[in-house]
Each structure stands twice: as C-alpha cells, then as structure tokens.
Design a protein around this ligand. Structure first.
Ligand code: NDP
Length: 278
C-alpha cells in the first residue's frame, strides 16, 4: 500500500478547522523567516496558508539575513509576550552567523510548537511529552491512522538529527518498540534494516535505501526531501524497488511532508488550549 500522507494530513487539518471554528479567540502562530532561502520561503508560505485555511491567526515575520543575534532574540521575546501568539516557529536553517540553539532556547517552551526546546525534548525523553517535534509526531499519526501497531516491533531509524532521527527514536521507544538508531558511521546498514518491521529514513541522500535491504512486509517511512536539478523532489528511499517488498510505504512528495504541517497546526492548538486554561 502506498500511504497517502496528503489525505491523512487533509483530514487532520479539517478536524482542526472544525475545532477552531468553535473557539472564541483564534489560535495564533508566528513564523520567523530569516533571509530568503528559496526552500525555507516555500515551507513558510505553506505553513501560513495552512494556518489561514484552518482559521488560525497567522503572523509571518521576515527578517533580512544580516539580522544580529540580539535583534533576533528580541523578536522572539516580543512574540513570547504577545497574547495573540500561541506558537512561535523559527524556520531553520538560520544563516551561519546566528546561533540557532540559543534562539530555540529563548522561545517560551509553552509556545515552542516545533518541539525543539530542550524542555520539550526532555519531556519526550522522559515519556511525559508536551509539545512534540512535528515530523516524528506526524509519522506516529500516519502509522496510527493506517493501523500499524508498534508494541514489541523492531524499528530502525536511519539518521539521528535533533529534529527528526532522535525524537523519532524516542517516539518509538515511548510506544514500547525496540529501536535501533543509525548514523553515518553505522556498520552494515543493510543487515540492520533487514531486521526491521518499521523503517524511518531521514538522511538527505537521494535513493540511498535499496529495496533489497528491506524485509518483506516491512513498513517504510521516507522523511527525506531531496531536490533534483530539474526541481522535482525525491526521497531517501529507492521507491521503485522498495515498494515491491514493503507492505506500506510513503511516497515523496505526498507522504511525510504534509503531515509535518498538519502536526504544526495540531501543536499550535494544543499550546492554545494550555494557555486558555491558565
Ligand atoms: P541532518 O543532515 O541534520 O541529519 C542527517 C542524519 O543522517 C545524520 O544523523 C547523519 O549521521 C545521517 N547520515 C548521513 N549519511 C548517512 C549514511 N550513509 N548512513 C546512515 N546515516 C547517515 O538531516 P535532517 O534530519 O535535518 O533531514 C534529513 C532529511 O529529511 C533531509 O532530506 C530533509 O530535507 C528531510 N526533512 C524532511 C522533513 C519533512 O517534513 N518531510 C522535515 C525535516 C527534514 P551523522 O549524525 O553521523 O552525521
């Protein structure tokens, strides 16, 4: 089965819009974009469009690439104190002269809808999650929606970045799966993958994972987004060979990507409800 991430994300967004229509104040999301990286600009535009469609208050803040660390931190602080804003997202990557980690730590953890603040990552690690990183959480929603059970399963996560691989592994562990986390130094990756009931790949190398490395009937989730010279997008998995052995597989585009945005809205609604209850 090819997993239709667009449809599952659309359903989630429609459900969020229905909930938002019943609220007095609109949930608010502020997105800060520094510089004019084309891919980041597209992601920010898509997030803004999704917000408006779901009935959110959306604020897009464009800053030039020569903004100083202090100016960026001041902007985050302004948003921390803005009552219309429930969620703050700083689009990554930031230009080299800025310290992304310090900026993320400056976001009020209750408004950290990307789930990257150390407080939110720590809560996920302790299996007391609050705001969870969007891409791994979106993968969990995909798997739950198509009825993939995780208890006792062998999950292999290829890639161990702070934004995808590590929190993905924690999600699986919290779901009582057995988890293997791979990185660029992992020995004999094909053998590790052959053990996997569920594979998540977030590396950034086009078509790296071959169908012959995958166990018959495994579930394959491809997080990778690689832009080819002609502009088209492909994943980290060789889709053609992998779909012959996988029981379920996500396409790129149309798999994990739409879930990331829908989950961002979901997190913003969670942050909104927590602030309203205060
Ligand atoms: P990073 O570059 O931060 O991390 C890549 C990870 O892959 C690192 O842990 C690295 O290992 C590992 N890696 C590199 N080469 C190999 C190899 N040969 N074998 C095994 N592991 C390897 O990437 P991100 O996590 O930020 O993103 C990964 C991909 O996912 C990108 O294509 C990105 O565009 C996409 N992405 C998609 C999203 C979506 O919504 N669909 C959201 C976020 C990202 P090491 O630690 O040793 O360097």
């Amino acid at each position: 089965m090819i997993i239709d991430g667009r449809k599952i994300a659309q359903d989630l967004r429609a459900d969020i819009a229905t909930q938002v229509a019943l609220l007095g104040r609109k949930p608010g999301l502020a997105v800060i974009l520094v510089g004019d990286d084309p891919a980041s600009s597209v992601y920010v535009r898509n997030k803004g469009d999704a917000c408006k469609e779901a009935g959110f208050y959306a604020e897009k803040i464009n800053k030039s690439s020569d903004i100083t660390q202090a100016e960026l931190l001041a902007e985050v602080e302004r948003l921390n104190n803005d009552d219309r804003v429930d969620g703050i997202l700083v689009q990554l990557p930031l230009p080299k002269h800025l310290d992304a980690s310090q900026v993320i730590e400056a976001i009020d953890p209750t408004k950290d809808v990307d789930g990257f603040h150390s407080e939110n990552i720590g809560k996920l690690m302790q299996n007391k999650p609050f705001l969870r990183p969007c891409t791994p959480k979106g993968v969990m929603t995909l798997l739950a929606t198509i009825g993939v059970g995780l208890v006792g399963k062998n999950c292999v996560v290829v890639g161990s970045s702070n934004i995808v691989g590590r929190p993905m592994a924690m999600e699986f562990l919290n779901a009582r799966a057995t988890v293997t986390i791979c990185n660029s130094k992992t020995q004999d990756l094909p053998r590790k993958l052959k053990q996997a009931d569920i594979i998540v790949v977030a590396v950034g190398i086009p078509k790296m994972i071959q169908g012959e490395w995958i166990k018959q009937g495994a579930v394959v989730i491809d997080v990778g987004i690689n832009r080819l010279d002609g502009g088209s997008l492909i994943g980290d998995v060789d889709f053609e060979s992998a779909k012959e052995v996988a029981s379920c597989i996500t396409p790129v585009p149309g798999g994990v990507g739409p879930m990331t945005i829908a989950t961002l809205l979901e997190n913003t609604l969670i942050a909104y409800r927590v602030r309203e209850e205060k």
